[in-house]
Design a protein around this ligand. Sequence first.
Ligand code: FAD
Length: 497
Amino acid sequence: MVVIGGGTAGWISAALLVKILGNALKITVVESEQIGTIGVGEATIPPILSLNRALGFDEADFIRATRATIKLGIEFEHWGRIGARYMHAFGSIGKDFPFCGFHHFWTRSLGEGRREALWDYSLNYQSAKRNRFAPLEQLEIGKLPGLVHAYHFDAGLYAAYLRAFSERLGVRRIEGLITHANLDPATGGVQSVQLQGGGEVAGDLFIDCSGFRGLLIEQALNTGYEDWSHWLPCDRALAVACESAEPLAPYTRAIAHPGGWQWRIPLQHRTGNGLVYCSKYLSDEEARALLLANLDAAPLGEPRPIPFRTGRRTRQWNHNVVSIGLASGFLEPLESTSIHLIQSGVIRLIKHFPHAGITPAEIDEYNRQSQAEFEHIRDFLILHYWQNDRPDSEFWRECRNREPPPSLQQRIELFETTGKLFRAQDELFGEQAWQQVMIGQGIMPRDYHPLADSLTTQQLDELLDGVRAIIQRAVDGMGSHRQFIERCCRPAAAPIA
Ligand code: FAD
């Protein structure tokens, strides 16, 4: 098997495939230092913990090697309207009830005059805003679920960490610039890739992790691309790191501006920043000035432009080429989903691994699942843009005037009229993610589930006050995020209790 590309996608693919399928499978990674990697992609979501577990990584070692920090959620500033602020906090909110989500009780309480925010019942949110963290799977009192985290890390160090791991398990790496692919005239698939200066690398299955250029999936096989920029109009980013700022926040910030939005990703040794914008409304010069005027500390270089096109490859698996990472499509980084899509793409490939030869049925099923996953995340992202009440620019007006896809319209209507949410099988974002973004963007449910009326007013007050008190006590007992990171980074880190 040949993996084309040694960015985050190439090395996650190689690492997971060799770890799970074993080194009887001969894996070769071809990458070119001359081309390099995209160098962004530093914020993740909680499923990365299961990737790390599958690879057998020790958390403290991982944090030390990639200069990682903890991420408990993403704070959205000025999104629904200017001045508004909410978080998509990971983990649960309140106390889970089997037939009726906690937010129905909260909605009822608003009607009865209580004024607490939904996030008063989120352990992740409360810890994040106080810059605290401790590994906590469950809260002793009340048996409430504990913290759910992900990481921010240095993309270059992450790829290096995965590469060292993969090479230890027997993956072979070839440094070389691929000039073109040679196609098999009988099947139409890829037979080999040609290296500059001579040399050819042949294989039976190719994983195209060559980034936006899609060296095999597009340039060789002309697969096609479904463009979603009419729903998600941002098409450029400028990225620049700056010096670290205190306190070390355990969450990503996504700050909306008149022509796009800006990310802040705190790492141990620097803060990653970037502006995602729509070139129709903001020139590169304006974007550069806006980004540099909104840093927490001195920049560590010149902002780097990254053009992109939102959408997905029409067939992520075509012939004997499976595209993973940016080669398979791109959904902008608002909810930090791209690295997750790499992880789930490789897991899907392992589940559908063509042991006895590639079959059209296997390819179709892989592509069907990939499409559903991309579309689900697309809808979640559109919600952030479409539901806005920002009068300040043509960009935001355009976003709210574009009709959302029917799948999203249905979800919004259901929530608005009944307070109900659903998570279809295998969907990434669950009810608590959707409810936070719906409410955070300004969609309030007009009704709640009748089961929320099963409590008396006194019982409802006891439930809400009890949950809040338990969460506050748990956060009071945690150390700071900075202390946790420092403990992980001691030369011989003590095991994390
Ligand atoms: P690349 O990093 O571009 O790697 C491509 C590889 O292919 C390189 O090794 C290159 O050398 C090799 N290659 C290409 N052509 C050739 C050739 N001809 N010969 C030999 N080798 C070749 N994701 C997240 O999950 N969280 C985020 O916060 C996030 N932020 C992002 C912000 C922006 C602005 C963008 C654009 C993306 C972001 N992403 C994020 C996505 C994330 O960066 C990518 O998913 C991730 O880095 C994987 O990239 P890749 O490996 O597919 O491509």
